[in-house]
Write a protein that binds this ligand. Structure first.
Ligand SMILES: [Zn+2]
Length: 127
């Protein structure tokens, strides 16, 4: 058995964060989860080439899944902040950096950390 290295830990953590946000948006269906797995596989290769980017993978995987969902399902995650106007998706900031957050550019606010969308939208707060 190979020990789990820091890169694999970062990938596991990133996968868990993005899945948590998908669950919060109620889009964590089997084929959506497979989109996450595809992204994790691609980013595993990426981070093996560039281990210093390990803390960036959560933001990158979130963006990969967002792009993949846009083709197949539509915008995700929808902005929970703006009550009126056209529905729009949140963006990940920084696009390439540690500690990624979902932001609404329309309202100019940070909505939640990647992985914490459920608490921001109130979807999974209690019972
Ligand atoms: Zn918004």
């Amino acid at each position: 058995m190979e020990p789990i290295g820091p890169l694999e830990q970062a990938l596991h953590a990133a996968r868990a964060l993005v899945l948590a946000d998908l669950v919060a948006g109620e889009v964590a269906e089997a084929d959506v989860v497979s989109l996450v797995e595809d992204s994790v596989a691609e980013r595993r290769w990426w981070v093996e080439q560039w281990p210093d980017g390990a803390s960036y993978v959560a933001g990158l995987i979130a963006q990969d899944v967002q792009d993949a969902l846009l083709d197949r399902y539509g915008r995700w995650p929808l902005c929970p902040v703006c009550g009126s106007g056209d529905p729009h998706a949140l963006d990940v900031e920084p696009e390439l950096g540690p500690d990624p957050h979902w932001v609404c550019h329309k309202a100019g606010v940070k909505v939640a950390a990647v992985g914490a969308l459920g608490s921001a939208t109130g979807g999974l707060t209690s019972s």
